[in-house]
Design a protein around this ligand. Structure first.
Ligand code: NAD
Length: 486
């Protein structure tokens, strides 16, 4: 099989978007490489602190009017953007596949979800109400209202830049904020194209700005006194740096971070469905997802049976050309990711952290030029080992035994993270008992749904932010209280 080359002509103008214009930058360039072939596509001009200054100034100027734009107009613009994304569906999927090598079918799902997220957010502007509060000593009237923060800096990661941006962009705009978006240097294209579509849909100059660049550009955004709130999606290590620099201006920061999510399979589960879901939730986007269930906790009595099914079905996640609709498993992002992930695998082998069931190597043959790994499964994994505790962000599954409900809970919660968790059981009481005790922002039982109406986010080192639902709107609104002595 020959891997299809990247269709470079589908990529948008990589220059930043500031005040609805496309200025040149003086910050150098990043050489983008297509993960499936390892071949260079285009150079992405990098922005610098001066561009960040200009973008924030444009957003601050635009916010004077944007915060007064009537709710129906905000709804109309958000729906127009959703319509436009729908009209450019194939193009956006193709850009996303080229951007980070994510398979076509999964990229299609992401674009569909972003359309839904924008339509969901479009319904909020005319439903944002306040409270009338008890007021004494009176006579007095007291009320509180939601108002936008002002200018929000949104920083997204490379693994699903469009999805992460889509999760928060609609809410930020619906709540009346202007935004400056910092996509990663690896994957700026879906963000740039989405904001081009927004401008075509009628969003006024300065409301949406994009400054592609590396961590230094992100840092310039976070440290800027003109930013009223930061929404960050990425790793815990970067979040620590961001929280430290945001402290200088006491800028509020919402964080959506990584995970080491448990998928708990009880012996009463439908084992066919549970084994399939265990593989799908772990191997999707080649393990490069924050919610991937990478720790599979399996009850002793069915451990060997489940491992046999996982081994048998792993072939469904055989490497393939991301542009083919049947491909479920693509490359990881770059050579650095290959080195990092194989490092985890080799150390696990050396330390006998578990039994290698399948995979464990870089994919060879037609896939050798791209950044492909084999789906890798370790069984009987030591819960204290590195592969059981660290976010690997690659296609590596750790299967861990447990005895009973209490043991499952101890092992599931024995982690620094608390993003997703999954339970496979047909026992309703057990499902609810576990859901109540798991230290995780998200609990999915016997399946996974992700409509824009549900509040998504983590606990512990998986972050503090919430996107989706009313909680997602509140993330971008602050409360103002008004007292009137009568
Ligand atoms: P990262 O932390 O390396 O980078 C994230 C973003 O921060 C990038 O745009 C990067 O350029 C920027 N950045 C880097 N240093 C910065 C600094 N000092 N100041 C400001 N910005 C800076 O993360 P990554 O490797 O791009 O993404 C993978 C991580 O993201 C994983 O941990 C994954 O679990 C997490 N993630 C979380 C969610 C979620 O919703 N919880 C979603 C997707 C990914």
């Amino acid at each position: 099989m020959t891997i299809s080359p990247a269709p470079v002509d589908v990529l948008p103008d990589p220059r930043p978007i500031i005040d609805n214009a496309r200025p040149d930058t003086a910050g150098g360039a990043f050489a983008h490489v297509y993960a499936a072939t390892g071949k260079h596509t285009v150079d992405v001009p990098l922005t610098g602190p001066a561009d960040v200054d200009r973008a924030i100034a444009a957003a601050r100027a635009a916010h004077r009017d944007w915060k007064h734009v009537a709710p129906p107009e905000r709804r109309k613009l958000l729906n127009a953007l959703a319509d436009s994304l729908e009209a450019h569906f194939e193009e956006m999927v193709s850009i996303q596949v080229t951007e980070n090598g994510i398979p076509w079918t999964i990229a299609s799902g992401h674009v569909l979800q972003v359309i839904e997220m924008l339509r969901y957010a479009a319904g909020w502007p005319d439903k944002l109400t306040g409270d009338v509060n008890a007021a004494w000593p009176g006579p007095a009237l007291d009320y509180s209202v939601l108002e936008p923060y002002g200018v929000v800096g949104i920083i997204v990661p490379w693994n699903s830049a469009l999805f992460c941006l889509g999760s928060v962009l609609g809410a930020a705009l619906a709540a009346g904020n202007c935004v400056v978006i910092k996509p990663p240097e690896f994957t700026p294209f879906t963000t740039l194209r989405l904001i081009e579509l927004a401008i075509e849909a009628g969003f006024p100059p300065g409301v949406l700005n994009v400054v592609p660049g590396d961590g230094a550009v992100g840092a310039a955004l976070v440290e800027h006194p003109g930013i009223d709130k930061i929404h960050f999606t990425g790793s815990g290590a970067t979040a620590t740096r961001i929280l430290q620099s945001a402290a200088v201006n006491l800028t509020p920061v919402a964080t959506e971070l990584g995970g080491k999510s448990p998928n708990i399979i009880f012996d009463d589960a439908d084992l066919d469905a549970a084994s399939f879901m265990a593989l799908a939730f772990c191997m999707q986007v080649s393990g490069q997802g924050c919610i991937n269930g990478t720790r599979i906790l399996v009850q002793d009595s069915v451990h060997d049976e489940v491992v046999a099914r996982l081994e048998q079905n792993a072939a469904m996640f055989a490497p393939g050309d991301p542009r083919l609709p049947e491909t479920m498993f693509g490359p990881v992002i770059n050579q650095a990711a290959i080195d990092r992930i194989t490092g985890f695998i080799e150390r696990a082998k050396d330390a006998s952290a578990g039994t290698l069931v399948t995979g464990g190597s870089r994919a060879a043959g037609d896939f050798a030029d791209g950044f492909y790994l084999e789906p890798t499964i370790f069984a009987d994994v030591d819960p204290a080992s590195e592969i059981a505790r660290t976010e690997i962000f690659g296609p590596v599954m750790a299967v861990i035994r447990f005895t009973d409900e209490a043991d499952a809970l101890d092992k599931a919660n024995d982690t620094d993270f608390g993003l997703a968790s999954y339970i496979q059981t047909t026992n309703l009481g057990r499902a609810h008992r576990m859901a109540a005790e798991l230290d995780a922002g998200m609990v999915w039982i016997n399946g996974l749904g992700f409509p824009p109406s549900i509040p998504f986010g983590g606990v512990k080192q998986s972050g503090t932010g919430r996107s989706g639902g009313l909680a997602g709107i509140h993330e971008f609104s602050r409360t103002k209280n008004v007292w009137i002595s009568l």
